[in-house]
Design a protein around this ligand. Structure first.
Ligand SMILES: Nc1ncnc2c1ncn2[C@@H]1O[C@H](COP(=O)(O)OP(=O)(O)O)[C@@H](O)[C@H]1O
Ligand SMILES: [Mg+2]
Length: 324
């Protein structure tokens, strides 16, 4: 009986994998997979040097692998119409604040990474909780994933926000998959697991929150000497998140801290952690700061087709409220 079930599953999920490439046996496939080459696209865009180094195959075998991977998939140009069709699948997750939604062109987009960076207490975590509740409220079978690195996810806050938007708090909590990431490796592994929540468990994940994106990286790689290594790893993490966003049309929301730049006297003397690596991989970037009388100011500083701008809101019990 068990055997039969396994066979059915096998047929259902079987899609071309790295094992199907010429010159790739079980051992090489394992090396590829443990080095992060889990699908044909990752091999198709790999450099020969990388492949030789990770698997120990010769350059000519590596070339055959890359060519076969490229042949097996449709890579290259698509028409503007095709891109437009994909854009039509994009959903916008409400922040609950009209001003904030307008700033973002309707809400936080699926299929993209949005980064909020700002100092402690600027509202980054609150936004993560609010997006989770709103995505669940907008779709009765949606799931949200929350990768928590600072132990700041609060189910009781979810309950309160769910009541604020009028959905069942227990139902909301049952559709949020929370994982505490203990270090940067664990955080990266959890990102990979999102894929299996969707493909193996069939969950309709629409939002992935990584709060905070950079705290472990910052704590683990201290000092100038390790900066290059940290940036490389962060780069891989951002790519994995970008892939989650685009291959499953998911909104990826990441939070980031700012660090003081004591050498800068003009403007805002802060910069986000991870520098251009994180900035580059994020489709939308928002700078959050505390405003007057408990308000928060969100400044959109990077977006593909939206004007830069600001909005002012306040975090309240039931969610975000506009402030003039
Ligand atoms: N239940 C709540 N009701 C009203 N305001 C809240 C509530 N929970 C959090 N806040 C506000 O959010 C702030 C914390 O923001 P947070 O998202 O944790 O900041 P960050 O993640 O940027 O460090 C608090 O200082 C408070 O102003
Ligand atoms: Mg926080």
């Amino acid at each position: 009986m068990t055997e039969q079930i396994e066979q059915v599953v096998e047929v259902k999920v079987r899609k071309p994998s790295v094992q199907d490439l010429p010159g790739v046996g079980a051992a090489t496939a394992e090396k590829l997979e443990s080095a992060g080459y889990r699908d044909l696209l990752s091999v198709a865009v790999a450099t020969l040097g990388e492949l030789c180094e990770t698997t120990g195959v010769s350059e000519s075998v590596a070339r055959k692998m890359v060519n076969a991977a490229r042949d097996s998939m449709k890579m290259g140009f698509e028409t503007g119409i095709e891109v437009l069709k994909k854009r039509e699948l994009v959903q916008k997750i409400s922040t609950g604040s009209e001003g904030f939604n307008t700033l973002m062109g309707g809400g936080f987009e699926t299929g993209a990474i949005t980064e909020c960076f700002g100092e402690f207490g600027s509202g980054k975590t609150q936004i993560g909780h609010i997006l989770a509740v709103n995505v669940l409220a907008s779709n009765p079978d949606a799931y949200a994933v929350y990768i928590d690195t600072e132990n700041t996810f609060r189910p009781e806050r979810i309950r309160q926000l769910a009541e604020g938007v009028g959905i069942n708090p227990e139902d909301a909590l049952s559709r949020i998959m929370v994982a505490r990431a203990h270090n940067s490796d664990h955080q990266m592994l959890l990102t990979e697991k999102v894929d299996s929540l969707i493909t193996e468990q069939g969950k309709n994940v629409r939002l992935v929150v990584v709060d905070s994106l950079t705290s472990h990286f910052r704590a683990e790689y201290i000092g100038r000497g390790t900066l290059a290594e940290r940036q490389q790893k962060l780069n891989r993490h951002m790519h994995a998140l970008a892939k989650v966003a685009s291959s499953h049309n998911i909104c990826v929301y990441v939070t980031n801290q700012v660090m003081a730049k004591p050498d800068q006297f003009f403007g805002d003397p802060t910069a986000s952690i991870g520098g251009h690596i994180v900035a580059h991989a994020s489709t939308f970037r928002i700078y959050l700061r505390k405003g007057r009388k408990g308000s928060r100011v969100a400044k959109l500083i990077d977006a593909p087709a939206l004007p830069d701008g600001e909005c002012c809101f306040e975090v309240q019990g039931q969610g975000l409220v506009d402030r003039g």
